[in-house]
Design a protein around this ligand. Sequence first.
Ligand SMILES: C[S@@+](CC[C@H](N)C(=O)[O-])C[C@H]1O[C@@H](n2cnc3c(N)ncnc32)[C@H](O)[C@@H]1O
Length: 197
Amino acid sequence: MSGLEKWFINSPLRVRCQELGPTRFFLNRSKIKENPVCLEVGCGRGAGMRIILKEWNAAQVIGFDLDREQIELADRYIQPQDRPKTKLLVGNAAAMAFVDNKFDAVFDYGILHHIPAWKAALAEIYRALKPGGQFFFEEILKPILNKKLISWLLPHPEEGKFNTPEFTQRLHDTGFIDIQTDIWVGGYLLGIAQKPI
Ligand SMILES: C[S@@+](CC[C@H](N)C(=O)[O-])C[C@H]1O[C@@H](n2cnc3c(N)ncnc32)[C@H](O)[C@@H]1O
C-alpha cells in the first residue's frame, strides 16, 4: 500500500465509507445465523472487525493481514470488551492457516485487488467457509485503478486488477452460488456469494 492509501485506510473517513456503502449492502442481503464465527481477510487496523462484531453480533471474529504494522494497529484499535471475541494474525490470503469449513462468513473490505494471486485467495476463502456460509466483498475495479491520477497516487499490482465479469466468473468457477453484485459510487464492486450447502 502507498503511504497515501495507508493514511486513508487508517482514517475515520474510511470507517464511515465502510459503514455507509459495503456494510449496509451486506446487512440487507445477509442470511447468516445469529452469533456467527467470522473471518476478515486483510483486516488492516481492525475497523471492519469492530463493525462485524457490532452489526452481526458475532461470536468470534478472526482478522489477519500481511502487514504486521497494521495488525499492531488493530491490536490497539480493538476495544477491551471485544478482545475475548477477537483474534489477530499476520497471514497471507492466498495461503490461509485455517481448517476447511470453519467460518459462517468471510468479509473482504477492499483487499483482493491488492493481491496478484487473488484467484488463489478466492479459493482459500471458499475452502475456509462452512457449506452455506456467505462471502461479503467490496472491491475496486480495474477501470478506476487504471485512471492516470489514481494509478499514480495509489499504485496497485497489475495482476490484481479485474472487472466485474471477470470477478463474478471466477466466483462461479470457484464454486460459489447466489452471486449478487452492485456498483457503488462509480467504481466499487459490492457483492455477496454463497458456498453451496
Ligand atoms: C486497502 S487495505 C484494506 C484494509 C481494511 N480491510 C480496510 O478496509 O480498511 C488492503 C489491506 O490488504 C492487506 N493485504 C495485501 N495483500 C495481502 C495478502 N496477500 N494477504 C492478506 N492481506 C493482504 C494490506 O496489508 C492492507 O492492509
